[in-house]
Design a protein around this ligand. Structure first.
Ligand code: NAI
Length: 498
């Protein structure tokens, strides 16, 4: 088995940063350098204001010593991409793989341009053998393309072994997920060299993860398993959301439905909380990636099946905004609407694909005055997102960012909760005396979850996409969504999250 002394991770994002921080933490004898093209992102990783909010992240990046925090001695963040590649024995490729916006497959296919650019750079710089690990979520077959790149442009005396090792962490619970994952998946070829490389990668994880949770499969299975996992998770959210519409039409209660069906062990309770729809950077793009793969493989029925998961999600988001408009006499003109929660789910500052952006944009289109608050999403971040959709002038005229939820809610005609942050569903906010809220409509989750009524102590009203149910503490999973809410007085709760 090759010895790993030095690791490089290309891409210091939501996956590369936390994953490598945990690997460095658990393998103190190995130097781990996370590199990125973005100077600002690297500067933030090297400062005390990390570029992403993730519970527990600071503790993994820093080493408490004499009361003051000091960086781990074997974890580095740098923009010297070439230098870090040259020194590394093993390289994680952890760059973004967004949906293509132009060209063949635009709107559905994954753009692997960043993965390819990273591979080319690795091929150009390397003078010693490397194990290349696909950490990014990629279309099935990408490992083969990477091999082609190394064969075409790298020094022929250097050996590259390409492995697939998709990441299953969920934002908001990334550190817990990394510290105790359900499984680590490693895909490789079956040559002796490939199996040895897979063994070296498995050893890194075995520093803290029981061997039986480290699963090795063929490389195609590994690539496809990541897409399959996200598609199945997204499908559960769309399934319960489609049922929420049936509940509204019939008088059934979607939380009761989730609870009742979730008790069936074949179904399970997680990811069954109705919501405004899923968001986050992964679910939509990964489902569309699978749709595109099915189309190119001449499987139109498969493509249609999975596409409907995204269609229901879009429909659910529109439906929610429609309910806000109809709850306020079909006109929002000049009414103040308080929006609490902008992140696509709780415990993250990430707004990528957040349902909040589309919802607020529709409120702006209705000429509402929107007051925003989120505990972790910054003013600049949300204004950038909204400006992209609505233009500068419109955002300036209709949107105010508030530093606390009470200011956002003061004299509002409606209060719309779009992220299931604990602070919105527990203590203070929903128990504010009517003083400030006046005749405000609260578009929020039901105060008492069905699980509590059904006797087990548990989840709070707007827990996220997963448990509407039993004795589990709700745990957000990857890309889980934003809480759906219900118009006060309406028979049943609504949205969840992403
Ligand atoms: P991100 O956008 O936060 O980070 C990617 C980083 O890669 C960016 O900072 C970018 O500047 C950098 N980068 C791009 N090309 C580069 C190059 N050639 N050299 C150096 N740096 C480069 O993306 P995120 O969210 O970390 O996702 C990365 C991959 O992991 C994606 O494929 C995603 O689908 C997958 N994934 C994401 C999860 C999530 O929760 N965000 C969970 C599991 C997988």
């Amino acid at each position: 088995t090759p010895t790993i002394n030095n690791i490089c991770c290309v891409g210091a994002g939501y996956v590369g940063g936390p994953t490598c921080a945990v690997i460095a933490n658990k393998n103190p004898h190995i130097d781990v350098t996370v590199v990125d093209l973005s100077q600002a992102r690297i500067d933030a990783w090297n400062s005390s204001h990390l570029p992403i909010y993730e519970p527990g992240l600071q503790d993994v990046v820093e080493l408490p010593r004499d009361g003051s925090d000091v960086r781990r001695p074997n974890l580095f963040f740098s923009t010297d991409v070439r230098g870090a590649i040259a020194r590394a024995d093993l390289i994680f490729i952890s760059v973004n793989t967004p949906t293509k916006t132009v060209g063949v497959g635009a709107g559905r296919a994954s753009d692997i341009a960043y993965v390819e650019a990273a591979a080319r750079q690795i091929a150009e710089v390397s003078t010693t053998d490397k194990i290349i690990v696909e950490k990014s979520t990629v279309p099935c077959g990408t490992a083969q393309s990477l091999r082609g790149i190394f064969e075409a442009i790298a020094d022929p005396s250097v050996h590259f072994e390409v492995l697939s090792n998709p990441e299953f962490l969920a934002e908001g619970t990334a550190i817990n997920d990394l510290l105790s994952p359900d499984r680590i998946l490693i895909g490789s070829e079956t040559t002796d060299e490939a199996l040895r490389a897979a063994c070296a990668l498995a050893d890194l994880y075995a520093a803290w993860i029981p061997r039986e949770r480290i699963v090795t499969v063929n490389i195609w299975s590994s690539e496809l398993a990541k897409l399959a996992a996200n598609c199945l998770l997204a499908q559960r959210i769309s399934s319960i959301n489609s049922l929420s519409a049936l509940c509204e039409a019939t008088g059934a209660n979607v939380d009761e439905i989730s609870y009742a069906v979730g008790l069936d062990v074949r179904i399970g309770s997680k990811f069954l909380k109705a919501s405004i729809g899923f968001g986050g950077s992964c679910f939509k793009k990964d489902v569309l990636n699978l749709v595109y793969m099915a189309e190119t493989l001449h499987l139109p029925e498969v493509a249609r099946y999975w596409k409907s998961v995204v269609d229901i999600n879009d429909w659910q988001k529109d439906r929610f905004t429609g309910r806000i408009v109809s709850a306020l006499n079909n006109t929002l003109a000049d009414k103040k609407i308080a929006v609490l929660g902008l992140a696509y789910k709780r415990n993250t500052g990430d707004t990528r694909e957040s349902p909040a952006i589309g919802c607020i944009s529709q409120l702006i289109a209705e000429n509402a005055n929107v007051a925003l608050y989120d505990p972790k999403v910054t003013n600049t971040q949300i204004l950038r997102d909204l400006t992209l959709e609505n233009g500068h002038e419109s955002v300036n005229r209709h949107v105010t960012y508030c530093e606390d939820p009470y200011t956002a809610c003061e004299n509002a005609a409606a209060l719309v909760i779009l992220t299931e942050w604990d602070e919105f569903k527990t203590d203070k906010l929903l128990h504010v005396p009517p003083l400030n809220l006046g005749r405000t409509h609260i578009l929020a989750p039901e105060p008492e979850p069905v699980a509590e009524r059904a006797s087990t102590a548990s989840s709070v009203a707007s827990s996220q996409s997963e448990t509407a149910s039993n004795d589990e503490v709700p745990q957000p999973n990857e890309d889980a969504g934003t809480p759906l809410t219900s118009v006060a007085g309406s028979p049943e709760p609504d949205f969840a999250e992403n």
